[in-house]
Design a protein around this ligand. Structure first.
Ligand code: MRU
Length: 370
């Protein structure tokens, strides 16, 4: 068979499998495992990683096999279950100690996405709430809680999609940065959710995806997932964002977020702040899409958000080869903070916060249950 034909068939097979694959899910009962899409291999290979222990889950989060704020939260919650689901314990007290230990360990996997801390705290509250029960009951309750966190995320993403879809008019041009799609959440995504819902409604529009150096989440993940959904996507280098805006190809920018402070300042993948500045310079509305689990109301403003710094080799290497001398110093913050004043609105599962003020953020989040 000709080579191009073989690779076309291969791509088609990957796409069919991808439609069935979930970014992350718990398979089976307490004795089961976590199945997650190994995102470091995309788009060349769609492989499901089977995770059965908390150390492997910690590493999967750290090395970005599972990534995106909501997906990291789900992974951490399931990681707690993996840590305590079996083994001999003297009683409830020892089990609760194990839960706390696993929670502390998982908190160290990545610092910026607050969803990780939010999910781990929720697991701790669940364990404490069942402290009057037996060991088996607590283990079972923790599994149910982790699965609920996943299912609730899927529902929140759907609501974000429904809230944001009216912003996308027929023929609209949208720019997005990094990957805040189905791969980054339980289902559908945050920034990409309005696009999926508008697409379901039959509207035609074009998405420009920044490739998102250094780890290329836009190129590897966003372009891949939008294309397999049949959405018109054009990949650009990060440095082309200004030009596509000046050429009037962009009517709207939507990105995700990893942590949003009480005043609406939003941390997201490095480069997002630059895109927001460019959008302002070109008079283009810049929206952030995020579930309520991404807000950190304990932080007054974005300056307090911890920013992950990653290995300099992520910058020194690209496309599978060394692209800079190994001795050159690099600065590699993985996230930046976009100030609220540059954000036209925050699309949440509870409606759009617009304009973005502290009062509006607090009012929208006031009813948050957990
Ligand atoms: O380093 P990553 O790939 O985990 O960064 C992901 C992002 O910055 C996403 O935009 C954000 O987590 C929102 S995901 C719905």
């Amino acid at each position: 068979m000709q080579r191009w034909r073989r690779s076309l068939l291969y791509v088609k097979a990957i796409m069919m499998e991808a439609k069935q694959a979930k970014s992350i899910e718990w398979v089976g009962d307490l004795g089961g495992h976590v199945a997650l899409i190994e995102q470091t291999l995309l788009p060349e290979k769609l492989e499901i990683l089977r995770v059965t222990d908390v150390e492997t889950m910690w590493k999967a989060i750290r090395r970005l096999a599972v990534r995106g704020a909501p997906a990291i939260g789900i992974a951490a919650a399931m990681g707690v279950v993996l840590a305590v689901r079996s083994g001999d314990v003297a009683g409830t007290r020892e089990l609760l100690e194990q839960v706390h230990k696993a929670a502390e360990y998982l908190r160290t996997a990545r610092p910026t996405a607050v969803n990780l801390f939010w999910a781990v705290d929720r697991m701790l509250r669940c364990a404490e709430a069942h402290s009057g029960s037996g060991v088996d009951e607590i283990r079972q309750a923790l599994l149910l809680e982790a699965v609920a966190i996943r299912d609730e995320d899927a529902a929140m993403c759907r609501r974000i999609g429904e809230c944001g879809a009216p912003l996308i008019g027929e023929g609209c041009g949208i720019l997005t940065h990094c990957n805040a799609g189905a791969l980054a959440t339980a289902e559908l995504g945050t920034a990409l959710a309005p696009m999926y819902v508008a697409h379901e409604a039959g509207r035609a529009f074009r998405v420009y995806a920044d490739e998102t150096r250094p780890l290329l989440q836009g190129a590897r993940l966003t372009a891949w997932e939008l294309q397999q959904a049949g959405i018109d996507v054009t990949l650009i280098c990060d440095s082309m964002a200004a030009v596509v805006m000046r050429e009037r190809r962009i009517d709207l920018v939507i990105t995700g977020a990893d942590r949003i402070a009480a005043n609406g300042d939003a941390a997201n993948k490095i480069g997002t702040y630059g895109v927001a500045v460019l959008a302002e310079a070109h008079g283009i509305p810049f929206y952030v899409a995020a579930p309520s689990s991404t807000f950190d109301l304990e932080l007054d403003a974005g300056g307090a958000i911890p920013i992950e710094e990653r290995d300099p080799d992520e910058i020194r290497c690209g496309a599978g080869r060394r692209t800079a001398i190994s001795s050159v110093p690099c600065y590699n913050p993985a996230f930046d903070v976009t100030p609220a004043r540059l954000i036209r609105g925050i699309i949440t599962d509870r409606g759009i916060i617009e304009p973005v003020t502290r009062e509006a953020v607090l009012a929208t989040l006031a009813s948050r249950g957990s």
